[in-house]
Ligand binder design. Structure first.
Ligand code: ADP
Ligand code: MG
Length: 250
């Protein structure tokens, strides 16, 4: 579902991704962990067209992200083609980024109507089902300010799912939450994983990584230091940098 070959990304003179190689299989929960500043968010943003890579190749579902290849030349995709690629990818951020002037239900209905031209009736029907799935049927008329952080994040997940993505990206989805609200969001993510969704999850929740993750990559300084089955990497890290990081978060 995702293939990254020697992906490089710089901001000015600062190289943030220094050759990332990894593969995410369909249906997999792929956990990305590492210290602050290691490039995790930048990598997710490259997958989702929010940043352009400087070198290497990045594929989602077999398609080159943002480019078309002819022979050995690359051509940038047009805006419309980029939009078509992006609508298959859902993203959930640390800060929930809901539209503040819309209710939970309107937040979930918005993208399918605006981006896919879906009818209001269809969008509403799916939004109601999704809010039920994340346990918020009784909150659909509430505005974000009337919801807890955990509830807002569950609305954000429902909103991303409303576009029927084939890949979901989560960037520290529970880091901004009070500790007692983390579990309800992780439960929704666990359900989603069980439904077969392909998920790339940046997280410091090692319990989640261990129980739900199929693969885990430890990144530091813009490179993949270590990867494998989450249980193996967490129980028996091979590199000093991994050991040192895990001793701080476990
Ligand atoms: P992580 O998510 O692992 O904490 P990030 O991908 O957010 O790391 O950031 C990696 C590095 O890239 C940091 O040093 C950060 O300051 C830098 N960086 C991220 N985005 C930008 C940007 N738009 N412009 C300049 N530097 C950036
Ligand atoms: Mg980050």
């Amino acid at each position: 579902m995702v293939k990254s070959e020697a992906v490089h990304k710089s901001f000015g003179a600062i190289e943030v991704l220094k050759g990332i190689d990894l593969e995410v299989q369909q249906g997999e929960v792929f956990c990305l962990v590492g210290p602050s500043g290691s490039g995790k968010s930048t990598f997710l943003r490259c997958i989702n067209h929010l940043e352009k890579i400087n070198a290497g190749r990045l594929y989602v579902d077999g398609q080159l992200v943002g480019y078309r290849q002819k022979g050995d030349k690359l051509y940038e995709l047009k805006e419309r083609e980029v939009a078509a690629q992006r609508k298959d990818i859902g993203m959930v951020f640390q800060r929930f980024n809901l539209f503040p002037h819309m209710t939970a239900l309107q937040n979930v209905m918005e993208a399918p109507m605006q981006v896919k031209g879906e009818s209001r009736a269809n969008a509403r029907e799916r939004a109601e089902k999704l809010l039920e799935r994340v346990g918020l049927s009784d909150r659909k008329g509430n505005y974000p300010a009337q919801l807890s952080g955990g509830q807002q994040q569950r609305v954000a997940i429902a909103r991303a799912l409303a576009m029927e993505p084939k890949l979901m990206l989560f960037d520290e989805p529970t880091s901004a939450l009070d500790p007692e609200l983390v579990g309800e969001v992780l439960d929704v993510m666990r359900d989603l994983a069980e439904s077969g969704m392909t998920m790339v999850v940046v997280t410091h929740e090692m319990g989640f990584a261990r129980e739900v993750g199929d693969s885990l990559v430890f990144m530091d300084g813009g490179v993949v230091v270590e990867s494998g089955n989450p249980r193996d990497v967490l129980n028996n890290p091979q590199h000093e940098r991994t050991k040192s990081f895990l001793s701080k978060v476990l």
